[in-house]
Design a protein around this ligand. Structure first.
Ligand code: C2E
Ligand code: MG
Ligand code: MG
Ligand code: MG
Length: 282
């Protein structure tokens, strides 16, 4: 390690990989502490019914505001949580938070909101935790019906252990929960799984949606996913809708629902409830 003096301060230079490994390690330590101290938050991004314009549901997304480092993105801390096993704690926390918030919305609105919350599940959780048991106890604790929860799973949770994935998906269906395939089209699963597993929703990955504006191939892929979903009796959601043109085009193509900055960014629970009220038709 070389040292140099700049403006009187000793500066330490080290190879890029070493500093990346160091950051990863401190993120792990600090994430463990943040989970202990309950410092993570769940934000809720509206999913809009593209035909009616009403809120169909919300996706729960983890947020971590670090005292010194500021906002740390889930695309940085979720992989660290997965490698370290902390994803099991984080995943249980997220499920309970999401159910708590749903029950709070119902209480504040004085009615059962006709919306669901989508909770992201990591392949590690599917492989190592009792997902259905965790979902069932969250529903029971907060007095919610299973249809209020959507579980967003990725293709990687199928690829690693298809038989286990099938049991987990079926157990979730037995609870009346909804199963969505997240980031559809970006993984390595075979289409045969769509036939075999009880999947209710295909979430079209943001990369294809963004691509639609500039790239005819992306439009072709989105059309193909929409007609595949329709043929198999599944619903569809598009991620990453950033413009009114995308919202209109996807609605015209028959995509059932969508989320994106054009509608709203992920919101704090109270702001999400207000957003739902604001888009309500009757
Ligand atoms: P995801 O599940 O595919 O979630 C959608 C991501 O797209 C979110 O990023 C959301 O903020 C972002 N997004 C939505 N609309 C737009 C848009 O119009 N433009 C752009 N540029 N981005 C948009 P986020 O919140 O940073 O989360 C990234 C990923 O981290 C998620 O991707 C999910 O895989 C993972 N993640 C987040 N929270 C959790 C969690 O509680 N548990 C697990 N296992 N994973 C989580
Ligand atoms: Mg998701
Ligand atoms: Mg996604
Ligand atoms: Mg995505």
């Amino acid at each position: 390690v070389k040292q140099a003096k700049v403006a009187g301060k000793p500066q330490v230079y080290e190879p890029k990989e070493a500093s990346a490994a160091r950051r990863r390690f401190s993120i792990e330590t600090e994430l463990r502490r943040a989970l202990d101290k309950d410092q993570l938050k769940l934000f809720y991004q509206p999913l809009i019914d593209l035909q009616s314009g009403e809120v169909a549901g919300f996706e729960a997304l983890a947020r971590w505001h670090h005292d010194d480092r500021g906002e740390i993105s889930p695309s940085e801390f979720i992989p660290v949580a997965e490698e370290s096993g902390l994803i099991l704690t984080l995943g249980r926390w997220a499920m309970d938070r999401a159910a708590t918030t749903l029950a709070e919305w119902d209480r504040k609105a004085g009615e059962t909101l006709p919306v669901y919350v989508g909770v992201n599940l990591s392949a590690i959780q599917v492989a190592r935790d009792d997902i259905a048991g965790i979902v069932q106890s969250a529903l029971r604790t907060h007095g919610l019906n299973g249809d209020r929860l959507t579980l967003e799973l990725t293709e990687s949770s199928i690829v690693q252990d298809p038989l286990r994935a099938q049991r987990v998906f079926e157990a979730l269906k037995a609870l009346d929960a909804t199963v969505a395939m997240d980031d559809f089209g970006t993984g390595y699963s075979s289409l045969a799984y769509l036939q075999r597993l009880p999947i209710d929703v295909l979430k079209i990955d943001r990369s294809f949606v963004t691509g639609m504006m500039v790239d005819p191939d992306s439009v072709a892929i989105v059309r193909a996913v929409l007609s595949l979903a329709e043929a198999l009796g599944m619903s569809t959601t598009a991620e990453g809708i950033e413009t009114v043109e995308l919202a209109t085009t996807l609605a015209t193509l028959g995509c059932a629902s969508g989320q994106g900055y054009y509608f709203a960014k992920p919101l704090e629970p109270d702001a999400a409830l207000e957003y739902w009220k604001g888009r309500r038709k009757a």
